[in-house]
Design a protein around this ligand. Structure first.
Ligand code: GCO
Ligand code: MG
Length: 409
């Protein structure tokens, strides 16, 4: 089953997406997501110039061999651009293989280990009443697990707080990238944040009781000792996880955090290989692996990381913000359904335009996602709709402290 062509499609329905479409000589097509928020064109250029020409004529069935060829053959290993490009090829080839087999992709990964995949959504607000309303809205949407992000008195713009309520009363899900020629500047104050967060969780717990799983994302902003303190101060509120408490490229930092708190830790949305997890998994310094299939070399590589994590009772918590396209989300869902050590899946709903460009078969019912039973991934790209929304420059914001120093965003 030889690869006849491969095409890179950059579109911007509600936001930018990079999609790879591989077609075999038999006419079977497969899709892969290569979206790297704010750096989209670097990945599309990598794919167009350095990957697509190498794919033509290769056997589409040889997924592992193609993965190794692109990883080892480049000589230059790892990195978000390379690994997003490899991920797109890997997922597109899995899509093709499953279509050729006439099966939904999860069947080729061992079949379903559960009936559906538990998802968490993002509640947020500028003050406590707004956060409580946002949690109620998410419960009405069916979510059974909820991430809480909050504005902080003394800080103008904090990661993870959604836009204003719309006319219809429904909040947009949080979208960090802004369409603009330059990234927006935000501010940060760790002491103000550390003081405020426990008061928010106190309010949410007293309103909604002990049962509801609650999550929080620290977005790499704390030092190890600050993270240790936050984890400790949140223990009474029984978090499902505290995410990205420190800039996790320093894996050793997590030892210190771990010594001080029993709040479960999730890390890894900016990671792209198993090597980023080596110490964290081996020393059991985390509880959840947060990588995205899209940024970590695809289904083949994620499955290996999660199988390694499983030996240490570490579970999955695959990254699923809006910058993961419906193709990347579907890939995550097939993996989530199949693996034994599934933990939870992040799920931010995409906008209507995105859903027109990517025709999906996955469902969200009563807080649970399912990838559907169509052969392959279950996502098709509407090329005409994609062409109607060309790339628009968009950037993630960055942070400065009060004295002007750039801080982790
Ligand atoms: C999350 C993430 C995202 C990232 C975004 C960057 O937990 O969902 O932190 O909101 O900030 O994916 O592109
Ligand atoms: Mg995060």
């Amino acid at each position: 089953m030889k690869i006849r062509s491969a095409e890179v499609i950059v579109s911007s329905p509600d936001r930018n997406f990079v999609t790879l479409k591989i077609t075999t000589e038999e006419g079977i097509t497969g899709l892969g997501d290569a979206t790297l928020n704010g750096r989209e064109l670097a990945v599309s250029a990598y794919l167009e110039h350095h990957v697509v020409p190498l794919l033509i004529g290769r056997d589409a069935h040889r997924i592992e061999d193609t993965w190794q060829f692109l990883y080892r053959g480049a000589y230059w290993r790892r990195g978000p651009v390379t690994m997003a490009a490899i991920a797109a090829v890997d997922v597109a080839l899995w899509d093709i293989k499953a279509k050729a087999a006439g099966m939904p992709l999860y069947q080729l990964l061992g079949g379903a280990s559960r009936t559906a995949v538990r998802a968490y959504g993002h509640a947020s607000g500028r003050d406590i009443p707004e956060i409580l309303d946002s949690v109620r809205e998410h419960l009405e949407l069916g979510y059974k697990s909820i991430r809480i992000q909050t504005a902080v008195p003394g800080i103008n713009a904090v990661y993870g707080v959604a836009a204003q309520p719309t006319a219809g009363g429904v909040r947009y899900d949080y979208e960090p990238a802004q369409r603009a020629a330059l990234p927006a500047e935000e501010d940060w104050d760790s002491r103000a944040y550390l003081r405020h967060i426990p008061t928010v969780f106190e309010a949410v717990r007293s309103e909604f009781g002990p049962e509801l799983p609650l999550l929080h994302d620290g977005h790499h902003r704390m030092t190890p000792i600050q993270a240790a303190r936050l984890g400790k101060s949140l223990e009474p509120y029984d978090l499902f996880w505290l995410e990205d408490c420190t800039p996790a490229e320093n894996q050793d930092a997590l030892r210190l955090v771990r010594q001080h708190t029993t709040t479960p830790l999730a890390i890894g949305e900016v990671f792209n290989t198993v090597w980023d997890y080596q110490t964290l998994i081996r020393e059991q310094l985390i509880d959840y692996v947060r990588s995205a299939v899209t940024h970590t070399g695809g289904i083949s590589a994620m499955k290996k990381i999660l199988d390694y994590a499983a030996q240490y009772q570490i579970k999955s918590g695959i990254h699923g913000p809006t910058d993961i396209s419906p193709v990347g989300m579907a890939a995550a869902l097939h993996l989530d359904l199949a693996i034994h050590n599934f933990g939870i899946q992040e799920y931010m709903r995409h906008g209507d335009l995105t859903n027109e460009v990517f025709e999906q078969s996955f469902t969200f019912v009563d807080g649970y996602l399912h990838p559907g039973d169509k052969p392959g991934l279950g996502v098709e790209l509407n090329l005409e709709a994609a062409a109607a929304h060309p790339y628009e420059p968009a950037y993630l914001p960055f942070n400065r402290l009060k004295d002007g120093t750039i801080h982790d965003w």
